[in-house]
Design a protein around this ligand. Structure first.
Ligand code: SAM
Length: 258
């Protein structure tokens, strides 16, 4: 039976064979890979992925679509986890995960933040997202797109935008242009914040008033900051700080007991 796309689940199904092929080639699945697909929907990506894989795990919130997938594929090829990807403990799904998905755009930022917690279990992630979100993810300091999403994700992943995808590639077509991004967790040897919580708190705080000078937006911590030692001007703005400077600032605030 034909499936009626559900808006509340961000359902826009990929129908362009050329785009599907480019995404799968970008992922380059290998037989023994542990691939987790978020939001398989009508299996536009699931089907070609399974041609190169022994097994795939798919997380789908829509009960009807989950049942349909279970009918289509035997369990030894496809494990369907029916539920909300935001609630899934990805750490339970393996240690060298390749996570992929044409993501529901209404939950893309919370999902990206949720996945940061599992980056140690991940080899790479390939996602289709709203192009504007990917532009923010990969933005450099000083650009208008540089913000909380850029700093939080760049502190943990190297990322590259692969290509754009026009609305006509979907049924129904979304109102925005999409794009595909590849994300690979940075090696452990790279500088990391000592406390992810403290880091997030600082980044949120700094960008809540992104146009303000840091000595004002971080007003009540200002006394604890050795601006000169960190090489940061108290008159600079959040959007001018590099990811490394945010990490150094967060670690120094933690050491100072903020
Ligand atoms: N992968 C399919 C494709 O490319 O045609 C479907 C993509 S559609 C944009 C998003 C899919 O994610 C839908 O199947 C939707 O039901 C599912 N979905 C929405 N919210 C979800 C959530 N919180 N957890 C898991 N899946 C979700």
């Amino acid at each position: 039976m034909a499936h009626q796309a559900r808006k509340r689940f961000g359902q826009n199904f990929l129908v362009d064979e050329g785009i599907i092929d480019s995404i799968v080639r970008g992922i380059a699945p290998q037989r023994g890979d542990t691939v987790i697909e978020i939001g398989p929907g009508l299996s536009a990506l699931t089907k070609p992925l399974l041609q190169s894989l022994d097994h795939l795990t798919a997380v789908e919130i829509d009960r009807d679509l989950a049942a349909r997938l279970r009918r289509q594929y035997p369990e030894e090829r496809l494990t369907v986890v029916e539920g909300d990807a935001l609630q899934v403990d990805f750490g339970m799904l393996g240690t060298r995960l390749r996570i992929v998905g044409n993501l529901p755009y209404n939950i893309s930022s919370p999902l990206l933040f949720h996945l940061i917690g599992y980056a140690d279990h991940v080899v790479d992630q390939h996602f289709m997202l709203q192009r504007e979100v990917i532009d923010r993810m990969v933005a450099a300091p000083g650009s208008g797109d540089y913000g909380r999403l850029s700093v939080m994700l760049q502190s943990r992943y190297s990322m590259s935008k692969l290509f754009d995808v026009p609305p006509e590639a979907f049924d129904p077509p979304p109102r925005v242009v999409s794009a595909v991004v590849r994300m690979a967790p940075l090696p452990e040897s790279r500088l990391r914040p000592q406390s992810q919580n403290a880091f997030e708190k600082l980044v949120v705080r700094a960008f809540t008033q992104r146009r303000k000078m840091l000595r004002r937006s971080l007003n009540d911590w200002s006394e604890l900051i050795d601006w000169e030692g960190l090489g940061i001007l108290p008159t600079s703005r959040a959007e001018e700080l590099s990811v490394e400077q945010f990490i150094a600032l967060s670690d120094s605030l933690l050491a100072a007991g903020a």
